[in-house]
Design a protein. Structure first.
Length: 595
C-alpha cells in the first residue's frame, strides 16, 4: 500500500513533454490513473508575441520559436483586468498575457478527442483565463474525453482603445487576439491530443457574445474549418456605439496627458502621437486611470464595435445573423439574468437590435420601464433573451441546428448562478439536494453536444415557429424536472421586436417629414434635436400585467391611421364647446348675492 501511494504521488508530480511547431513544452500530470489515462495540464502556452512596448495596442503577431523545453506547469499572469467592476480581481496581472491553457489526457494524446475552447466573460474588461478550478475541468470535461482550452485576450483600455478609422489602430484589438488563438488551436491542438475537426467554441456572458460574433461571421470561418459547434451562455449581444468608444478613447488620452484635448485635431498624425505617448506610459498607470474613471462613472471600456475582424465596418446586426454557416449551437439563459429590472445605468453602452435611433429608443424604453418594473426586464436582460432567440432562429434558417434552454433552478437563477454547473465557480454556500442533481448532468449535456452533436435525447431541437426551449429545473418535492416549453420570452420579443421597432420607425418618419421643411431661422441643428422632448418619450401603448401587443393585433390597426386622430381632436373640441356653453348658461341663471 505504501509503495502504491508513493508511486501515485510520484506520478502526480511527473511531467509530460509535447512537441509543437514552436518548440517543446513541459506540462504537469495532474492525476495519475491506474488504467493509464493520466490527465495533464499545459499552462502559459504562448499563442502570440507578448503585446508590450511597441506592440501595445497592435494586432497580435506569431509567437517566437524557442529552443530547449518551455515550462508549461504554471499559469501566466492574467491580462490587465483589476477593474473596479468586479468583486473578484485577479491577483497576478501583466500585459504579457497572451497565453492559452490546455487540459488533456493520455487517452486523448493517443486517439485525438473533441475540443472545447472556452472564452471567459467579464464585459471585455475583467476576469481572466486563469481563474477557473483545474479539478472541475479535469473531472467534468477531460475525464469525459474532451480536450479543454482557455485562451486569454487583452481587456479594458488595452484591448478596446479606438480612435476611429485609421491605418494605425484597428477596432476590437481583443477580438484579433481571440481569432489568433483560434488559429493556434487549429494548427497545434493535435499535439495536445485534440481533434482540429471537432472543435466547439463556448463562452459565458460577453464570452458568449464572442461566440456569437465568431460563429455568425462570414469573414472568420465560413467554411467551418476552425470550429464546428457553438455554446453561447447568457450572451448579452450588446454592440458598442462606435462614437462613444472613440470619445472615451480620446478622453482617456487627454486625461493621461497624451492629447491636448483639441477636438479639431483628430487626425492620423495626432493618433500616431497619442499612441507613441501611450506606449511609453507604464501599464500600471493606464490601469490606474481606467479604475479611477470607472469608479467615478466617467467612462468604461466594455464594448464590441461592429467591424473587424468579424463583420464589415458598422454593418447591420441583422446581416451578421443572415450570413451564418450551418453549424450546431446551444444557447442558454437564466430565468432572471439580473436580479432587478431597473439595474441599467442611465445610458446604454450599446445595442442588440438594429435601430435608426438607438439612443432615443432605449431612452423611451427606460421611461416605460419605470411604470412596468414588476413584469418587465431591463434592456440588458432583455438583450440576453433576445440574443438567444434571434441567433437560434438565424442559425436554423441558415440550415443549422440549435438547442435553446433556460436555467430556472431555485432558490434563484440569475446571470452567474449556473456557472457552478459548467465551469465550477460562483458556487452556493449551501447546496440543496436538488441543485446537486442538476449539477450531476448539466455539464454532461454540454459534453454530449460536443462529442455527438446532441445534448440529450429528450431535448428537442429549436423550432422558430414554436420558440421551444428546455426549462431546466429540478424540484423533487413538487415532481419538477427538465421540461420542454414553447413561446420563449414572448413578452420581451413583443416589446422589442414589435413595439420598439415600430417606435423607431415612427421616429424615422417624423424626422423625414421635418427634413422636408425649412429649418427655422436658418438653424443648422440636427433634425432630431428639433423634435419636442414630449414627442420623443410619448407612447400610445398602455400595457396591463397581462401583456398584449397592440401593434400585433390586426383589429387595432385603426390606431395607425391619421384620420383616427383627427376624429379624436374633433370630439375633444366638441366636448370643450359643450362645457363652455353649459357653464355660461348656468352663470346667467345665478341670482346675485349682492344687489
Amino acid at each position: 500500500m505504501l509503495l502504491l501511494l508513493f508511486l501515485l504521488a510520484l506520478g502526480a508530480n511527473s511531467q509530460k513533454i509535447v512537441t509543437t511547431s514552436y518548440g517543446e513544452l513541459k506540462g504537469v500530470t495532474q492525476y495519475s490513473s491506474t488504467d493509464g489515462n493520466h490527465k495533464y495540464t499545459f499552462k502559459s502556452v504562448p499563442f502570440a508575441k507578448p503585446p508590450v512596448g511597441n506592440l501595445r495596442f497592435a494586432l497580435p503577431l506569431e509567437p517566437e520559436p524557442w529552443t530547449g523545453i518551455l515550462d508549461a506547469s504554471n499559469y501566466s499572469a492574467a491580462c490587465m483586468s483589476n477593474s473596479t467592476l468586479t468583486g473578484s480581481p485577479q491577483h497576478y496581472i501583466s500585459e504579457n498575457c497572451l497565453y492559452v491553457n490546455i487540459f488533456t489526457s493520455e487517452e486523448c494524446l493517443n486517439k485525438k478527442c473533441p475540443v472545447i475552447i472556452y472564452y471567459h466573460g467579464g464585459a471585455f474588461n475583467l476576469d481572466s483565463a486563469t481563474m477557473f478550478p483545474d479539478d472541475f475541468i479535469l473531472e467534468r470535461y477531460v475525464g469525459e474525453g474532451v480536450v479543454f482550452v482557455i485562451p486569454a485576450y487583452r481587456l479594458g483600455v488595452l484591448g478596446q482603445l479606438y480612435f476611429g478609422p485609421s491605418n494605425l489602430l484597428s477596432e476590437n484589438v481583443f477580438m484579433f487576439d481571440i481569432v489568433k488563438s483560434l488559429h493556434y488551436v487549429h494548427n497545434e491542438i493535435s499535439n495536445f491530443g485534440g481533434d482540429p475537426n471537432q472543435v466547439t467554441i463556448m463562452g459565458h456572458s460577453t464570452g458568449g457574445t464572442i461566440v456569437d460574433a465568431l460563429g455568425f461571421s462570414d469573414l472568420i470561418d465560413p467554411e467551418m474549418k476552425l470550429f464546428q459547434k457553438l455554446i453561447a451562455l447568457s450572451a448579452p449581444g450588446l454592440f458598442a456605439y462606435m462614437d462613444l468608444m472613440v470619445d472615451n478613447s480620446f478622453n482617456f488620452a487627454e486625461r493621461i496627458g497624451c492629447w491636448p484635448g483639441n477636438t479639431t485635431q483628430r487626425s492620423e498624425a495626432n493618433i500616431a502621437e497619442i499612441l507613441k505617448c501611450l506606449r511609453e506610459k507604464p501599464a500600471s498607470e493606464l490601469l490606474t486611470l481606467q479604475r479611477e474613471l470607472e469608479s467615478n462613472k466617467v467612462m468604461d471600456f466594455r464594448g464590441l464595435i461592429k467591424g473587424a475582424p468579424f463583420m464589415k465596418f458598422q454593418g447591420k446586426i441583422a446581416d451578421l445573423k443572415k450570413n451564418a454557416s450551418p453549424r450546431k449551437m446551444i444557447c442558454g439563459v437564466t430565468e432572471h439574468e439580473f436580479r432587478t429590472s431597473l439595474n441599467a445605468t442611465s445610458y446604454t453602452p450599446g445595442e442588440f437590435i438594429d435601430f435608426d435611433h438607438p439612443r432615443q429608443v432605449y431612452a423611451h424604453f427606460d421611461e416605460l420601464l419605470k411604470s412596468n418594473e414588476d413584469n418587465w426586464k431591463s434592456s440588458y436582460t432583455a438583450g440576453i433573451f433576445l440574443s438567444a432567440a434571434t441567433y437560434s432562429e438565424a442559425l436554423v434558417n441558415a440550415g443549422g441546428e440549435a438547442y435553446l434552454f433556460e436555467t430556472r433552478q431555485k432558490p434563484y437563477s440569475f446571470h452567474v448562478s449556473d456557472m457552478q454547473y459548467f465551469i465550477g465557480i460562483h458556487r452556493e454556500v449551501h447546496h440543496r439536494p436538488d441543485m446537486d442533481i442538476l449539477d450531476s448532468f448539466y455539464s454532461q449535456m454540454l459534453v454530449n453536444f460536443t462529442k455527438f452533436g446532441e445534448p440529450s435525447p429528450n431535448w428537442e431541437a429549436f423550432d422558430p415557429t414554436k420558440m421551444n426551449y428546455l426549462a431546466l429545473e429540478v424540484d423533487t418535492k413538487l415532481g419538477i424536472g427538465p421540461e420542454m416549453k414553447n413561446d420563449f420570452h414572448e413578452l420581451e420579443r413583443d416589446i422589442w421586436l414589435v413595439d420598439m421597432v415600430q417606435y423607431d420607425q415612427n421616429l424615422t418618419e417624423m424626422i423625414t417629414k421635418q427634413a422636408s421643411l425649412p429649418l427655422p431661422n436658418n438653424s443648422t441643428e440636427p433634425i432630431i434635436e428639433m423634435i419636442p422632448k414630449e414627442v420623443i418619450i410619448f407612447t400610445p401603448f398602455i400595457r396591463s400585467t397581462t401583456y398584449t401587443s397592440i401593434l400585433g393585433n390586426e383589429n387595432l390597426q385603426i390606431f395607425k391611421q391619421w384620420w383616427f386622430y383627427l376624429i379624436l381632436v374633433a370630439i375633444a373640441l366638441f366636448v370643450i364647446l359643450l362645457v363652455v356653453y353649459f357653464r355660461k348658461k348656468n352663470t346667467e341663471e345665478l341670482i346675485p348675492l349682492i344687489a
